[in-house]
Design a protein. Structure first.
Lengths: 171, 171
DNA sequence: CCTTGATGTTTCAGAATGTCAAGCAACGGA
DNA sequence: TCCGTTGCTTGACATTCTGAAACATCAAGG
């Protein structure tokens, strides 16, 4: 236990703000997905597959859910012609889920319409954005040089985060 | 369209970081709720009711979902003795959902165990936290003096954000 | 070759969340 | 009193999720 207690008004407010960011992010994501008649889960998987085919297992790990769950989601994407299953030639147990041409196109359009952070971020200057970046990084306890690579679900639309800059020190 | 394009590496990184924050927040929230055998939705409603009774309609507005959905969630809370329904004496159409004593106790314990932002935030100094607060506020386009009052879902644990401080200028 | 165990996926049952349309109850004014 | 509106619930249905069981495939060891 550090001295930072929940009752600290500043901390409470930051927590509140983060909660608001989270809520708004979800709203944006869901409604962006709905624009293409996709659910949030389907959009996430489709975005993930936009970077390339993946075994069901990997998708489950990314989404942090059971593989059996992924089966249904990919089923629905497949039924709509946005994804397909291929059997990994090297190991026939593995089913690779892959976006079809239409799936890639939809993922691209979806990504473009996810304006959540781009639009409100436009109110911040480059300098402020850099500060925000550094603070968020520290908050997440990220390795300054480390990318979000494959550490977990990004919830972003299949964009490889090109991190790699140094932390300039937000102080 | 401003000049802030998605391809701007800095913006992309901030968006990525926000995505990570969102993902981690949800994880924390779900697992904190699960510790008390609650689902995320139930925890949200219970937290909301911790501040006082609310008409079903208001809860639905807060969660941004259909009122019929709230019926089920409150049903389950009620079945477990965490909430109850009262009829508004002033308007007998209105059903006020209210947390029971046990409901309040659970909400309190739940709130205490939601360490998400408190723990990682402890890596930031007071000054940095203030900067983060101001940047997030600006990002959200919030009225500087405005609280999160009843503007929308906070996704926080029923804590009345005691905003009202001035923005010190994050520049 | 053939068992044995581990791994990847699917299927099934069941719960929860969510939408929508229809229904019922109560309010409020004409 | 009648009527339109509002608040909540119910029912049918889709989706997401878990957990257990089934199935196929691989990889070794006998």
């Amino acid at each position: 236990m550090t001295m930072t207690r929940r009752t600290d008004p500043l901390t409470v407010e930051v927590v509140d703000l983060i909660g608001t960011v989270v809520a708004r992010y979800h709203q944006e994501y869901e409604s962006a997905a709905a624009r293409y008649k996709l659910t949030g889960a389907q959009a996430k998987v489709l975005a993930l597959l936009n970077s390339g085919p993946l075994p069901m297992r990997q998708i489950a790990r990314w989404l942090r859910c059971e593989p059996s769950n992924v089966t249904g989601i990919v089923d629905r994407l497949e039924a709509r012609g946005l994804a397909e299953r291929r059997t990994d030639p090297a190991d026939r147990r593995i089913k690779l889920a892959a976006a079809t041409e239409e799936g890639h196109a939809t993922a691209e359009r979806l990504r473009d319409s996810l304006d959540f952070a781009r639009e409100p971020l436009s109110g911040l200057s480059d300098r402020e954005r850099a500060v925000l970046r550094d603070l968020l990084r520290r908050m997440l306890g990220e390795d300054p040089a480390g990318g979000t690579g494959t550490t977990g679900p990004d919830v972003n639309l299949g964009r490889a985060s090109d991190a790699g800059r140094e932390v300039t020190g937000a102080k």
